[in-house]
Write a protein that binds this ligand. Sequence first.
Ligand code: SF4
Length: 105
Amino acid sequence: MYAGEIIERGPAGPLYANPEHPYTRGLLESVPRLDEGDQKQLYSIRGSAPSMTTPPEGCRFWPRCDSATDRCVTEPPERCAGEGAKECSCHFAGKLGFEREGADA
Ligand code: SF4
């Protein structure tokens, strides 16, 4: 869930192994993993959460998204079917290549 909207949901295995929404990916990549030691820099989602009274037009995550395009600024994404029975609200769901190494599927 991001800014009051469900942005991705589905079975835990496929979701953890292959997140399709950039926010889900950011959350998972910001969690320390014991198998990666202490040398890896954790991912950080830039910016801060939007106002709930005046959320951004288009995709609510676009001001913080590393994959945002002009389309994201004006057009809210529809929820669509993703891999492994997931649902995802992103114009580029399944096309951003977020498969996580070592994550259980
Ligand atoms: S629709 Fe655009 S801004 Fe929103 S999560 Fe997907 S790529 Fe990022």
